[in-house]
Design a protein. Structure first.
Length: 275
């Protein structure tokens, strides 16, 4: 969809536009006459929503042409579902599990690890075949995910999937999308059934940030050369590390703190800014 001229005029009426660069009919970069306060940004986001437009407020000196790494959350960011909720739905425990999931993603439950342990415990006795059914029949890539990853791989970007979800799904997605690295939580499965336990250290928000930092350091990539995309409060630590953070269909707390939010466009909208 083309950016409405009336929206650009609304911006210019409030703050003179010093410079603009049109990447495509769908993407334009503008430089304003002043630095924006958090209140200014909220004002522009509200106006953008009225026109079904999305905004990014890059950090000073961030350069898309210098990016070398992109990291994704999995559930509700790279893919369309919360896998744990779909497992719970299949065994009649959706309401109990999803209530905890939503509260955790909104930041109302401060300890993600505890919320995950509590949810997984509710799934004890679930057949492993349920996970396969979720992967095959319910899990889908979000719009633009395949196109984005295909394109950035051709540019030589290092691609990372870091999730508070489960290896059963994340590792298969990594292979399907030819990503470079994935790390998530491992469900304990015995005799073909979930035990209700997670094996090893839990990948929570702080762990996500550390994983992203480690991957960047290992490949000689600076933080300002990293883009991170997520949707929930446990993504905020790794978003704070990145040169550019984007919330995808994100919770309000994430939209407030991220550099940008995609509520209308697909994940591949970033590609319009690389032209």
């Amino acid at each position: 969809m083309q950016i409405p001229k009336v929206f650009l005029q609304e911006i210019a009426d409030k703050y003179p536009i010093l410079e603009s660069k049109e990447y495509s009919l769908k993407a334009i970069e503008i430089q304003l006459s002043k630095n924006l306060s958090p209140q200014d940004k909220e004002h522009f986001r509200n106006h953008a929503a009225l026109h079904a437009c999305d905004l990014i407020f890059p950090k000073p000196h961030f350069d898309f042409q210098q990016v070398k790494m992109i990291a994704f959350d999995m559930d509700s960011t790279l893919i369309n579902i919360e896998c744990i909720d779909e497992i719970a739905r299949a065994v009649g425990k959706m309401d109990q599990v999803s209530a905890i999931t939503e509260a955790a993603m909104r930041g109302e439950i401060k300890e993600f690890s505890k919320s995950l342990i509590d949810r997984v415990a509710l799934l004890a006795g679930t057949p492993e075949s349920v996970l396969e059914d979720v992967y095959q029949n319910r899990l889908r890539l979000n719009p633009g995910a395949f196109e984005l990853l295909t394109s950035v791989k051709s540019l030589g970007w290092h691609t990372v999937l870091v999730s508070g979800g489960f290896t059963y799904f994340a590792n298969r997605l990594k292979n399907h999308l030819n990503m470079d690295f994935a790390q998530s939580n491992t469900l304990e499965i015995e005799m073909g059934y979930l035990t209700g336990k997670v094996i090893g250290h839990i990948v929570d928000g702080q762990a996500k940030a550390q994983i992203v930092s480690n991957q960047a350091l290992e490949h000689g990539i600076r933080p300002d050369q990293v883009i991170v995309m997520g949707d929930g409060s446990n993504d905020l630590p790794m978003m704070a590390y990145a040169g550019l953070s984007i919330g995808y269909r994100a919770k309000p707390i994430v939209k407030e703190k991220a550099d940008g939010a995609f509520d209308h466009v697909g994940l591949d909208a970033i590609l319009d800014l690389l032209k």
